[in-house]
Design a protein around this ligand. Structure first.
Ligand SMILES: Cc1cc2nc3c(=O)[nH]c(=O)nc-3n(C[C@H](O)[C@H](O)[C@H](O)COP(=O)(O)O)c2cc1C
Length: 390
C-alpha cells in the first residue's frame, strides 16, 4: 500500500491517491467527512477552521460504496478558492502578483525552502509546507482506518499536555471508547481540571500573540501478534511509525511505551515480564504479559498488546507578535511575516496522528496477510487470530 498527496494550502484543491487496498471494503463519504471534521475542531484554531468545513470527494477506486481494488482518488476542494483564484492561478496573470511574502518566519519552511528552490516569493514555499496537507492525510488515513476496523483494530487519541499544562488522568478506558469521551472536549483531554487549564493557557498565549505546542497520546487496540519484523531495518513496525510521525508538520519527537523514560529506569522496571496464560491446556496462548512498558511493540513486531505512543508537537511558527526576521530582498532586520494562523493545533494533531498510524498499520496488515479482496483477507486474519489469540 502506498499513497501520495498534492495541493497548495490556498490552491483549488488537495488531491490524494491511495493504492494497494483490497477490493470490497465498504466506505462512505459520511464516514470520511466525519473524521475530517474531527481534525478541524479544537480550542486555539484560526479562523479558517471555523469558516470552512472540509469535505472530500471520491474520484476513483470506489463504486456503489465499495472499493474496487484500483487506486483510490480523493479530492478536497478549497472552499475559499474564489478569494485566491488570481493569487494562486496556474496560468500567467496580468498585473502585479498579490500577497507576495518576502519575510521568512523563523521555525517555518520559508527561508530554507526559498533558497533551495530559488523562490523570491516565499508564498511558493509556504503554500505547500503548510499543514493544510494533513487534511488529505486524514482523508487517506480514514480509508485505512476503515480497513483496520474490518480486521478488528481500533485507533484513538487524547491530548496529554499543552504548553506547561499536563493532564495526569490515567487512561483506563477501553481504546474503543476513548474518542467518544474526548472528541467533545475543546482540547481533547480526559481530565476536566487539566482541560480548563489548557484552555486558559491557550487564551493567555493568544492574548500576547504567542503560540503553544503539546504532546498527544495515540493508541491502537486489537493488533494481531507479529505485524512487522526484526529481520530487516526498514520492515520494523516502529521504524515505519517513526517515519510517519516525523513526516508530520511540527512533530519533533515520538516515543513508544515508556519511551525516553526507559533510559532512566533499571532493566527490572523497563521490560514486560511474562507469566503463564490463563488456560494453558485449552488455549494455544501460554503466556500473559504483566505490563505494557514496550507500548505493544518489541523488536519491530506487534506483541498483540495495545500500541501506545506519544508524539511532541512544537508551537506554531507564525506568531501574531512576530519573531525577529530578515527581509529576503533588502537584508534589513524586520518582523516575521504574519499569515492567518492557529494559536494551538495540538487537539487536531492528535486526530492527524490517528490517521498516520492507521496508514502504517493498514500497510503492515496487508503485508502480513495480503489478498486482493476483503473476502480473501478477512479469513486469513481470523485464522491467524485463532492460532495466536491474545
Ligand atoms: C494541525 C496543524 C496545524 C498547523 N497550523 C499552523 C499554522 O496555522 N501556522 C503555522 O505557522 N504553522 C502551523 N503548523 C505547523 C507548520 O506547518 C510547521 O511548523 C512548518 O511546516 C515547519 O515544519 P516543521 O515544524 O515540521 O519543521 C501546523 C501544524 C499542524 C500539525
Amino acid at each position: 500500500m502506498r499513497f501520495l498527496t498534492s495541493g497548495e494550502s490556498h490552491g483549488p484543491a488537495l488531491m490524494g491517491i491511495l493504492e494497494g487496498l483490497p477490493a470490497g471494503l465498504p466506505i462512505s463519504l459520511d464516514y470520511l467527512n466525519a473524521h475530517l471534521r474531527r481534525r478541524q475542531k479544537g480550542h486555539g484554531r484560526g479562523r479558517r477552521m471555523q469558516i470552512e468545513t472540509d469535505e472530500v470527494q471520491i474520484t476513483a477506486g470506489v463504486r456503489h460504496g465499495h472499493t474496487l481494488g484500483s487506486p483510490i482518488g480523493l479530492l478536497m476542494p478549497n472552499r475559499d478558492w474564489k478569494n485566491w483564484e488570481e493569487t494562486m492561478a496556474a496560468g500567467p496573470i496580468e498585473g502585479p502578483v498579490k500577497r507576495v511574502v518576502t519575510v521568512p518566519r523563523p521555525g517555518h519552511a520559508d527561508l530554507v525552502g526559498g533558497i533551495k528552490y530559488g523562490h523570491e516569493d516565499l508564498r511558493n514555499v509556504l503554500e505547500r509546507a503548510s499543514a493544510r496537507e494533513t487534511a488529505m492525510r486524514v482523508a487517506l488515513g480514514t480509508v485505512a482506518r476503515r480497513l483496520l476496523e474490518e480486521v478488528g483494530i481500533v485507533i484513538a487519541s487524547r491530548v496529554v499536555s499543552i504548553g506547561a499544562i499536563s493532564d495526569p488522568t490515567p487512561m483506563d478506558l477501553p481504546v474503543a471508547n476513548l474518542n467518544q469521551r474526548v472528541d467533545d472536549s475543546p482540547v481533547r483531554c480526559l481530565g476536566s481540571e487539566a482541560e480548563a487549564e489548557m484552555v486558559a493557557a491557550i487564551d493567555a498565549a493568544k492574548e500576547v500573540g504567542d503560540t503553544l505546542g503539546g504532546i498527544v497520546e495515540i493508541y491502537a487496540d486489537g493488533l494481531p501478534i507479529g505485524l512487522g519484523t526484526y529481520s530487516q531495518w526498514d520492515r520494523k513496525l516502529e521504524a515505519a511509525i517513526g517515519e510517519a510521525f516525523l513526516s508530520m508538520n511540527a512533530f519533533k519527537g515520538i516515543e513508544l511505551g515508556l519511551g525516553f523514560e526507559s533510559a532512566r529506569v533499571p532493566g527490572s522496571l523497563a521490560h514486560d515480564e511474562l507469566s503463564p496464560g490463563p488456560d494453558p491446556i485449552h488455549s494455544p496462548r501460554r503466556v500473559n504479559y504483566l505490563s505494557n512498558r514496550g507500548g505493544g511493540i518489541v523488536a519491530g513486531m506487534s506483541t498483540g498488546q495495545p500500541l501506545v505512543l506519544r508524539a511532541a508537537m512544537k508551537p506554531i511558527a507564525t506568531l501574531m507578535q512576530p519573531l525577529k526576521s530578515v527581509h529576503s530582498l533588502s537584508g534589513e532586520a524586520v518582523e516575521a511575516h504574519i499569515e492567518r494562523s492557529d494559536t494551538c493545533a495540538v487537539p487536531a494533531a492528535a486526530v492527524i496522528g490517528e490517521s498516520l498510524l492507521a496508514l502504517v498499520l493498514a500497510e503492515f496488515v496487508l503485508e502480513k496477510f495480503g489478498g486482493d479482496s476483503l473476502a480473501e483477507l478477512l479469513p486469513r486474519v481470523a485464522l491467524w487470530r485463532e492460532l495466536n489469540p491474545f
